[in-house]
Design a protein around this ligand. Structure first.
Ligand code: AMP
Length: 301
């Protein structure tokens, strides 16, 4: 095996174009906002195994942050990020500033997430998914990748990206990567750095609620919801925003008779930090937790 070498870094559109021209073959892209952790590393690793080349984008997209959100305090760790990209064998890192991505300022024309962007995360973060889809569309075009790797950790984001690709016919393959967790179950997130030691203990109840819910999957939707809620009510320091069991593509609550794949998702505030987590589950006999959904919205052939 060859030693990893420092990936080329492109900051401008011209630098990206020049670097991309040298990468022949199938190219996979991993989009990030930086502050990379083992979750991001896993996406890069899987992309590395499945494509000829890997491009990582590091861009803290202002368009997807609300006015009262954490854009200004979001961790910025570029040197460490680059070291992870190198370790995982990325060929190219595209790390533009906002004026490179948005040369005319905030774009007047944006991708609309539609009704699926108004529920769950969208309800707490108005405009978030339009901003996210707009930058994902731009980065799909700018990087010219063939396959794009996204984490199941951001389930609604992943669904909306798959919807966008299918609904407006992007020539892109979307790959889902299972959520990477700490040994105690906490889903890895760049925002975990905001947590104090005691916050972190409290935050564990989110993943524990998902585990409890998934363990009741054979018994049906109300048992799943009840088991998950029972964990959360034991931890009053989590301010729960939502705990839902929904259909994986419509995000509507599944009825009691429902059997098959569903998304058990939770969001809540711990201290000053808003955290999200989820797990795919199969409801019904032989059901339980899954890593990713087996049925996804693929591009129309
Ligand atoms: P972010 O930098 O938070 O925007 O995340 C960039 C990509 O990494 C997205 O596709 C996320 O879903 C994914 N990601 C973030 N955390 C995790 C995790 N714990 N496990 C798997 N994927 C993750």
């Amino acid at each position: 095996m060859t030693e990893p070498s420092t990936p080329r870094v492109a900051r401008t559109r011209d630098e990206l174009r020049a670097a991309r021209a040298e990468l022949a073959g199938q190219t996979a892209v991993v989009m990030t906002m930086g502050a990379l952790h083992e979750g991001h590393a896993t996406l890069i690793r899987q992309a590395r195994e499945e494509a000829d080349h890997v491009v990582v984008t590091i861009f803290l997209n202002p368009l997807q942050f609300g006015p009262r959100e954490d854009l200004s305090k979001y961790p910025r760790t570029f040197d460490d990020d680059l070291a992870i990209c190198e370790r995982e064998g990325a060929d190219l890192v595209f790390a533009p500033t906002p004026d490179v991505v948005y040369p005319d300022g905030d774009p007047g024309v944006r991708i609309s997430a539609g009704p699926l962007g108004d529920v769950l995360e969208g309800q707490s973060r108005p405009g978030h998914f339009d901003g996210m889809l707009t930058v994902v569309a731009k980065l799909m075009h700018l990087t010219g990748g063939d396959a794009f790797y996204f984490g199941q950790k951001d389930a609604q984001q992943l669904l909306l990206i798959r919807r966008m690709v299918r609904d407006v016919d992007f020539p892109a393959q979307v790959v889902s990567v299972p959520t990477v967790r700490e040994a105690d179950g906490l889903a890895m997130s760049s925002r975990n750095t905001y947590l104090t030691d005691s916050d972190r203990e409290v935050a564990l109840s989110l993943s524990q609620a998902l585990s409890a819910g998934a363990a009741a999957a054979a018994e049906g939707p109300s048992s799943v919801r009840r088991a998950a809620r029972a964990v959360l009510v034991q931890e009053p320091l989590v301010l729960v925003d939502y705990l839902v069991l929904v259909h994986p593509t419509t995000l509507e609550d599944v009825p009691e008779w429902y059997r098959g794949e569903a998304l058990l998702a939770v969001a809540g505030r711990v201290g000053t930090t808003r955290l999200i987590d989820n797990t795919p589950v199969v409801i019904g006999p032989g059901g339980g937790r899954r890593d990713v959904f087996s049925q996804t919205l693929d591009p129309v052939p």
